[in-house]
Design a binder for this molecule. Sequence first.
Ligand code: AMP
Ligand code: MG
Length: 286
Amino acid sequence: MGKGRQTDPQQVASAYEFRPGDLLADRATDEPRTAPGDRADTEAATRDLLEELATMQERLYAEGVGGGQRSLLLLLQGMDTSGKDGSVRRVVGSMNPAGVRITSFKKPTDEELSHDFLWRIDRALPPAGHVGVFNRSQYEDVLVVRVHDLVPESEWSTRYERINEFERRIVDAGTHLVKVMLHISKAEQKERLAERLEDPTKYWKYNAGDLHERTFWDSYQAAYQDALSRCTTDSAPWYVVPGDRKWYRDWVLANLLVDALRDMSPTYPPPDFDVAEQRRLVAALD
Ligand code: AMP
Ligand code: MG
C-alpha cells in the first residue's frame, strides 16, 4: 500500500466528471488535488490500483468466457501531445493484452470515408468480456472536422445527437463507457514538443504538423467545450483529467478504471462441470 492517505476511486472520479453547464476553461490542467500524498506516494498508490485493475479485468474476461455480454470501453481524447499514447502504455498496459482491444483512429481512409462516420467506430467496439480502448474516437468528427470545415456545419452539427444515440445503444447493450479528455495547457504542449526535439529517441513522436494545429488551439478548445457539453449524458459521462503531470494523470485514470470495474463488479462464472468428480479424475491420473 502507498504511504499516503486513503482515497476512494468513486470520489476521485466524481471530482473530474464534467457536468452540463461546466466550462472547460475552468478546469485545471495541473492541480493534483486528489493525490494521496506527494509524487512518490501517488505513484505507489497508482501501482496498487493497477494491480486491482488487472484482477478486475481478469474477472470481466472470465465473465465473458462464461457467456457474459458486458465490456468496458475507455475512450481517450485530447490535444496533440496530451498523453493519449502514454496513458495507453502506462495504465492500459497493466492489463492482460489478451483481453484488451486498442484502436487508434487516424485520418479516415477512403474506405472509411465512403461510410457513415460511425461505421469504423462500431467495428472497433470491444467484444464481450473485453476492455476496449479508443485512442481518438467518434469525437474527431466534431473536433478536427469542425475546426477545419472538413464537412459543412449542416452535417457536423447533427453529429452530437447521433453520437448520443450511438452511445446510448452501446451502453444499453452492456458496454460500460468511460470518456476521458486529457486536458493539458498550451504551455505544457510547447514543453512536450520541445522535449521531443531534444532527444533523438523521441524524434519519431514529433510531428511538424502539430505546430500548424497548435495555431487552432482556441478553436479546438471551443469544439471540445461543445462536444463535452452536448454529449454528456447519464449513461456516458465525460471526465476531464488534468494532464500536465503524467504521474497525476496516471493516478486519476487508474481511479476511473477501477471505479468503473468496481461498479460493474464482474463475477467469475460458476463451473459448468462437476468439480468433485473432476478432482477425483485428476487425482487418479498417472
Ligand atoms: P495521431 O493521433 O498523432 O496518430 O494523429 C492522428 C491524426 O488523425 C490526428 O491529426 C487527427 O486529427 C486525425 N484524425 C483522426 N480522426 C479523424 C477524422 N475523423 N477526420 C479527420 N482527421 C482525423
Ligand atoms: Mg500526433
